[in-house]
Ligand binder design. Sequence first.
Ligand SMILES: *Cc1c(COP(=O)(O)O)cnc(C)c1O
Length: 329
Amino acid sequence: MITIPERISLANLPTKIEKLDRLSAQLQGPSLYIKRDDQTGTEFAGNKIRKLEYCIREALDQGCDTLITCGGIQSNHCRATAAVAAKLGLKAIVVLRGEQPDTYEGNVLLDHLLGAEVRWISSEDYRDHRMNIMNDIASEVSAHGQQAYVIPEGASSGIGAFGYYTALQEIVQQEQELGISFDAIVVALGSGGTHAGLLLAQQLLETSHRIIGINVCDDEQYFQKAISTVIQESSHYIDQPVHIPLKAIEIIDGYVGKGYAQSQPQELKCIQDLASLEGVILDPVYTGKAFYGLLEEIRKGTFEDMQNILFIHTGGLYGLFPHASSFRF
Ligand SMILES: *Cc1c(COP(=O)(O)O)cnc(C)c1O
């Protein structure tokens, strides 16, 4: 029995697993299922809340009263952190990449509504110095007699990854209830913590799933390194040696398209098609790209030998609306 860290309960769990009947029939390949982690809660919605349950438990155990984190202007993670902070009576400081816009929409609107303090930094500073900048803000906070906890981008830290360790346990339980087993679990890769948590659990609990990530930025090599770093960090929290060979980190690279948060017509069409066929809405930054990649790979026969594939819908709906003008109807 492996003992993992404690969490606080914030998300609406377990999230449902639904079969995409009409799409599966069209594809004539493996049956496709979707896990609705976009329904973890209205303000919290998405995958970040599972990771935050562990990070924030650690923050509270350390006596912290302020959460500092960072992300892009439409960061789902910053919005979820702002929402939790408000719910628990903590202060949130979110460091956003880019220029302050004239009007707020989507997640950045919600950050403000939720009372987070928003600070803006340049893309270069974000890329090269975001951890230092957040640590400096933490020192500033302690000079004022408060205590801050810094959550790295996407809550993809060793502790945060346990959110998806627990999610895999939840999936195993649901497989028993539904009487099915998934050959592969597919996720979008943004900062890698979701994949890291699933893979950590898959290895330690010795389940038979293939955990497959489809990156929406950077490349395979970048994510193999990022994911193994997170897993190494996680291993310090459990009294269990963890050795995950790089080749166990399965990544399908090739669907970044025009770049992070930039859409191509075929990705947008995939979002539109799924919405009208199944009533499920994906986001253009993460799930839309990854799901488009998954369907392309199914069409190419990559998953020919599989019966059931589970795609985790990691959320991101609020980030869809700022892209309204990209869609053509
Ligand atoms: C952050 C995010 C992801 C990526 O998860 P990581 O753990 O950062 O790899 C996927 N989908 C959505 C909607 C996200 O907000």
